[in-house]
Design a protein around this ligand. Structure first.
Ligand SMILES: *[C@@H]1O[C@H](CO)[C@@H](O)[C@H](O)[C@H]1NC(C)=O
Ligand SMILES: *[C@@H]1O[C@H](CO)[C@@H](O)[C@H](O)[C@H]1NC(C)=O
Length: 300
């Protein structure tokens, strides 16, 4: 009898211990998970710079680059900026496409996802992103096929709360479905380098060559290059100051959105841009699904 009781007691104590241990492990797991989330939230803006400019930070190269100073005739250029109490940080470039809408890359919109919208502004009307006109952000639409891991479908539309109507705020022409991307032709990309060491907050431009899918895929071995992208590359102006969300321009038409720079410190690597012509239909889809009128202008 006594033996039976102590067996029961022993069993109970063992069960209690196992359950307590399991709870302890669960608690520790939850704490760790919570810490991880906190850390990644805090770092999400900094990582903009990594998508942005600072991947290689090759100083000798920067010195040898002829930096074209842009006459501010690219009035569709706008910045996505995060404001804190006293400071502001550049997150990405954006492209004005109509009175209330700017276009940027989905990776840029991912960086502001979960951030309070009232801290974020689209800044335009100036070649200096610190001195432009601020527009509030109402909403944004990331392409449904984009995932954080994917390089494809890297496109996002942002709706502002106030209209672009100043002298230096004009919508861009976008490449329509009929636009021909011709290999070995020159295009220009614009950005505000988020690499603070090499910039005075003014816009810069860089000329680069379009290259074929085949050549791009050969150079970028580890990532799949697909129809939602266009590659460009120019070894002379390779500078690792890449700014996501900014335009790639040819014939006065915006044909690409700066998307990714893979292994920037290896000079042979091309830059990936979102192929705008692929997304003309997507604008219509967004208009339908969200019951809005974007009124962007496509051209070929
Ligand atoms: C998303 O991807 C699927 C499969 O690749 C494709 O059929 C679909 O059209 C894409 N959606 C949009 C909006 O482009
Ligand atoms: C649509 O865009 C065109 C060209 O930018 C402009 O002339 C027109 O007034 C716009 N329409 C609306 C309703 O905003």
């Amino acid at each position: 009898m006594a033996e039976g009781l102590s067996n029961v007691a022993c069993f109970s104590i063992t069960t209690l211990l196992v359950v307590s241990l399991a709870n302890l492990v669960l608690l520790m797991f939850l704490i760790l998970e919570w810490r991880n989330n906190c850390i990644s939230d805090g770092e999400s803006i900094d990582s903009a710079y990594r998508i942005g400019a600072l991947q290689g930070g090759n100083k000798q190269l920067s010195n040898s680059i002829t930096r074209n100073s842009v006459n501010f005739d690219q009035k569709f250029m706008a910045a996505l900026v995060m404001f804190k109490e006293v400071s502001s940080s550049l997150i990405c470039g954006t492209i004005i496409v109509s009175k209330f809408w700017v276009l940027t890359s989905a990776n840029c919109c991912y960086l502001i996802k979960g951030q309070p919208l009232e801290r974020l502004k689209v800044v335009s009307n100036s070649e200096n992103w610190k001195r432009g006109k601020k527009h509030s952000i109402e909403n944004f639409v990331i392409h449904a096929n984009y995932t954080a891991k994917s390089l494809s479908y890297n496109v996002c539309l942002i709706k502002t709360g106030s209209p672009f109507k100043e002298q230096n705020e004009l919508p861009a022409f976008l490449a329509s479905s009929y636009y021909h991307y011709i290999t070995d032709t020159l295009a220009t990309t614009l950005g505000w380098s988020s690499n603070k060491a090499t910039t005075n907050n003014n816009i810069y431009s860089l000329d680069i060559n379009l290259i074929s899918f085949q050549r791009c895929q050969t150079l970028i071995k580890d990532h799949h290059v697909d129809k939602t992208m266009v590659c460009a590359y120019n070894i002379e102006t390779h500078d690792c100051r890449f700014d996501s969300g900014g335009p790639l321009i040819q014939n006065n038409i915006v044909i690409g959105i700066a998307s990714y720079e893979i292994n920037c410190d290896k000079r042979i690597m091309p830059r990936l841009f979102t192929r705008i012509s692929f997304f003309e239909k997507w604008f219509e889809l967004v208009e339908k699904e969200h019951n809005v009128k974007i009124n962007a202008t496509f051209k070929y």
